[in-house]
Ligand binder design. Structure first.
Ligand SMILES: Nc1ncnc2c1ncn2[C@@H]1O[C@H](COP(=O)(O)OP(=O)(O)OP(=O)(O)O)[C@@H](O)[C@H]1O
Ligand SMILES: [Mg+2]
Length: 336
């Protein structure tokens, strides 16, 4: 199932609290409100079966968008179609086709065993006994449920609970899966299990996945495309390679020479963006679209004997960090 979002806006109204005792009294007499545009004119289109990372710094508007896609929140303006349905007006129909997971909050019933929660979901979604058994078999194989199946949710560890939550979200075989920080707070092993589970579900059933995360390996492992938002607006929409090209062109050449340290001025004149000396190594940062490591090395070799060198390309974490930094800078520029 595909998703179309056009000119989506969500504005929250928050009561303004005035300061001091007089302020508090005037608050009682007449309220003033602040408006916060959490989502500010967002448009995108997601094809059936895509896995899209929905990224952005804290407070960017990711969860607000997911809640509108899931039909939990009503947009202030703009339109959403998920498989042809309008989520907030066709809530029941929409709910049957989607699975939702909020990593920060439990969707399961706290006091009862996982197995009983699943029985309730089976009843709510009218899942046949045969389908139910089949799904449990798949979950057992992919993520192993039997060790926690009869325990109440409240005694589960975070990692155990998240395994149960993932299965609960997928029990009725939804066409679209919304995951809001599915790996938050999990250890490396459980993270990897959850990622594999998402990947296999997508590959085997063609489920469309929209995923928010601050975890870069999640993105590298899962997302063929990323949409980056900041202050409610789309800043980037494309595949990871494009993102790397745009924000990841700075390489680092780390080099050690026999007799002391090379002259940083000479390296800067040769096109290095930055030269840092750390112990016996020089770390030379350069833009690989304009310079290459061989150029620096052959120049250095004229004056020094090179003992060792290596070239580091930025990882996705570094690239996203740079992109967020450039978002902040463009904000400063637009304010000036
Ligand atoms: N119910 C609400 N009432 C008022 N303001 C809200 C409400 N929900 C979210 N906001 C505001 O909207 C903005 C976007 O919040 P949102 O939760 O969508 O961010 P996010 O991108 O999910 O951030 P994070 O990475 O921290 O989860 C924030 O400024 C937040 O304070
Ligand atoms: Mg959020």
């Amino acid at each position: 199932m595909g998703i179309q979002v056009e000119n989506l806006v969500k504005t929250f109204r928050r009561p303004r609290h005035r300061e001091g005792i007089l302020g508090a009294l005037s608050d009682l007499v007449y309220r003033e409100y602040d408006e916060k545009k959490a989502v500010d004119n967002i448009s995108f289109k997601i094809e059936p079966g895509e896995v899209v990372g929905y990224l952005g710094p804290n407070g960017a508007g990711k969860s607000t968008t997911i809640k509108m896609l899931a039909g939990i929140l009503t947009p202030t303006s703009g339109s959403i179609r998920v498989g042809g349905l309008i989520p907030h007006t066709q809530r029941i129909e929409n709910t049957k086709r989607i699975g939702v997971l909020f990593g920060q909050r439990s969707q399961l019933w706290w006091e009862i065993p996982v197995s009983e929660s699943f029985q309730l979901l089976k009843y709510m979604y009218k899942i046949s006994e045969a389908d139910f058994r089949k799904r449990l078999g798949v979950f057992e194989e992919l993520i192993s449920l039997s060790d926690i199946y009869h325990l109440p949710v409240r005694i589960l560890s975070l990692g155990q609970r998240m395994r149960a939550e993932m299965c609960a979200a997928l029990l009725h075989q939804p066409d679209v899966l919304y995951l809001d920080e599915p790996t938050i707070g999990l250890d490396a092993v459980v993270k990897e299990n959850i990622r594999n589970f998402i990947k296999q579900t997508n590959q085997e059933t063609g489920t469309t996945v929209v995923l928010t995360t601050h975890d870069m390996p999640d993105i590298e492992k899962l997302c063929s495309r990323v949409i980056v938002i900041d202050r409610g607006r789309v800043m980037f929409d494309g595949n990871l390679e494009m993102l790397k090209h745009r924000f990841g062109s700075q390489n680092k050449l780390i080099v050690e020479v026999e007799d002391g340290l090379p002259d940083p001025q000479r390296l800067l004149l040769n096109g290095a963006d930055e030269v840092i000396q750390e112990g016996r190594s020089s770390i030379i940062t350069y833009d690989r679209n304009r310079r290459n490591s061989a150029g620096f090395l052959s120049d250095l070799a004229q004056l020094h004997k090179i003992i060792d060198f290596s070239v580091n390309e930025p990882d996705i974490e570094e690239i996203i960090r740079r992109m967020y930094k450039s978002l902040n800078q463009s904000d400063v520029e637009s304010r000036n």
